[in-house]
Design a binder for this molecule. Structure first.
Ligand code: IPM
Ligand code: MG
Length: 370
C-alpha cells in the first residue's frame, strides 16, 4: 500500500488562495507519478476565518491541524485599514499565527535565503556582490522572546501611559534552537554565525553562555559571533560570508525580511517551522492585499514551502529537489511574474497560473525521470 500523508491546507487571505492553488498542484503531480497519496484537508485560518467563523484560528481548524501530518499555511492578514475592523486580539498575526506556532511549539524556523545565479537579476545587489548566487540558511527561534513575553500597559505613578513587554528565554528554549543551528551547520559548511546583541542585552549574554555549552558537542563546527546590527550590514555588503545563521525570534524576524530584500522580494522566501512533533510550512511574507486577485503573485515561496515539507516532514528528498529544480528552470528560461522586480523580457511575463503550469510541466518531467 502506498503511503498517505494528511496535510492541513490553510490557504489564508488576499493572495493566499491564489498561490496555494498552484502549490497544491505539486501533490497532484507526485501522486500521479509516485507511489504516494496526499489527503488535503482545507481549513479556514486568518482574517477571512474571523469574518466567517468569528475566530482567526477556529476550533475546527485546530482539530484538522491536530490530525494532520504536516500543515501548509498561506499568508494571512489584511491591509492596515481593513485589519482595524477586527478586534486586536483576533487580527491574523495575534489571533492565528502566534497561536499556531505556540500550539505546535514550532521553535525552529528555517528561512532559506537562496538565489541561484540565474535569478540574480531579481536582486538589488550588484553582480560582484552576488558572485555565484546566495545560499544562506537563517534559523530563527520562533516561540520565545518578546513575541511571547508578558505584556502590560497602564498608567504610571506620574499619570503617564506606559507599556512593558518582556523578553524572556529559559536555557532549554535557547539550547534546543542552537542544537538545530549546529546540526545544520555540521550538515553544510561547518560554520555557524551566531547573531546576538551581547554588548547591550542580558538575554544575548545568556544566549551566548548556553551556546558555549552546546558547542562542546560540535568541535567540528566553527562559530562566528556577529552583533545583529553588524549582521544587517554584512548581509548587504557580503552575503557570501554566511552559510548557517542562528538567532532569537525578533532578530530573526527582521533579518529574514532583509534576506528577502537582498534576494529582491519576500516572494522568494519559503519557510519551515519545526516543532518536536509537527511542522508547518509557510511563505515568510504577508498576504499582499494590494495585488490580490490580479493573478500576478509569484507562487515560488508557496511552492518552495511544499518542497521544504517534502524534504523535512516526509523525507522525500529527491522529490523536493525536483520541485526546486523545476522552479529554477522556469526562471532560467527567463520567465517571471509582474510582482517580482528585475524587469526582463515583457513577452516572458506570465501570470500566477501560467507560472504554475510551467513549473508543473517541468516537475512532471523530472519526477518521471526519477
Ligand atoms: C513572519 C511575520 C510574522 C512574524 C507576523 C505576521 C506575525 O512577519 O513570519 O516573519 O512577525 O513572525
Ligand atoms: Mg516577518
Amino acid at each position: 500500500m502506498s503511503n498517505t500523508y494528511k496535510i492541513a491546507i490553510l490557504a489564508g487571505d488576499a493572495i493566499g488562495p491564489e498561490i496555494m492553488t498552484q502549490a497544491t498542484r505539486v501533490f497532484d503531480v507526485l501522486s500521479k507519478y509516485r507511489d504516494v497519496e496526499f489527503e488535503l484537508m482545507e481549513a479556514p485560518f486568518g482574517a477571512h476565518a474571523y469574518f466567517e467563523h468569528g475566530k482567526a484560528f477556529p476550533d475546527e481548524t485546530k482539530a484538522i491541524c491536530d490530525k494532520a501530518d504536516a500543515i501548509l499555511k498561506g499568508p494571512v492578514g489584511l491591509s492596515h485599514e481593513e485589519s482595524k475592523k477586527i478586534p486586536v486580539e483576533e487580527q491574523a498575526e495575534r489571533g492565528a499565527i502566534l497561536p499556531l506556532r505556540a500550539r505546535y511549539n514550532t521553535y525552529a524556523n528555517f528561512r532559506p535565503i537562496f538565489l541561484s545565479k540565474d535569478m540574480a537579476h531579481f536582486s538589488p545587489l550588484k553582480a560582484e556582490v552576488i558572485k555565484d548566487g546566495i545560499d544562506i540558511l537563517l534559523i530563527r527561534e520562533l516561540v520565545g522572546g518578546l513575541y511571547f513575553g508578558e505584556k502590560e500597559r497602564g498608567i504610571n505613578a506620574d499619570g503617564k501611559r506606559y507599556v512593558k513587554e518582556v523578553l524572556e528565554y529559559n536555557e532549554d528554549q535557547i539550547r534546543q534552537v542552537l542544537i538545530v543551528g549546529f546540526e545544520q551547520a555540521r550538515a553544510r559548511k561547518k560554520v555557524l554565525h551566531n547573531i546576538h546583541k551581547s554588548n547591550v542585552l542580558m538575554s544575548s549574554v545568556f544566549w551566548n553562555e548556553v551556546l558555549e555549552e552546546v558547542r562542546t558537542d560540535y568541535p567540528d563546527v566553527e562559530v562566528k559571533h556577529l552583533l545583529v546590527d553588524a549582521a544587517a550590514t554584512a548581509l548587504c555588503l557580503n552575503p557570501g560570508q554566511f552559510d548557517v545563521m542562528v538567532m532569537e525570534n525578533m532578530f530573526g524576524d527582521i533579518l529574514s525580511d532583509q534576506g528577502g530584500g537582498i534576494l529582491g522580494s519576500l516572494g522568494l522566501m519559503p519557510s519551515a517551522c519545526m516543532g518536536p512533533e509537527k511542522a508547518y510550512y509557510e511563505p515568510s511574507h504577508g498576504s499582499a492585499p494590494d495585488i490580490a486577485g490580479q493573478n500576478i503573485a509569484n507562487p515560488y515561496s508557496m511552492i518552495g514551502s511544499v518542497a521544504m515539507m517534502l524534504d523535512m516532514s516526509f523525507d522525500m528528498k529527491q522529490e523536493s529537489e525536483a520541485v526546486w529544480d523545476a522552479m529554477k528552470s522556469v526562471f532560467e528560461a527567463g520567465y517571471s511574474t509582474r510582482d517580482l522586480a528585475g524587469g526582463g523580457d515583457e513577452s516572458k511575463m506570465v501570470s500566477t497560473v501560467e507560472f504554475g503550469d510551467m513549473v508543473m510541466e517541468k516537475l512532471a518531467e523530472l519526477i518521471k525521470a526519477l
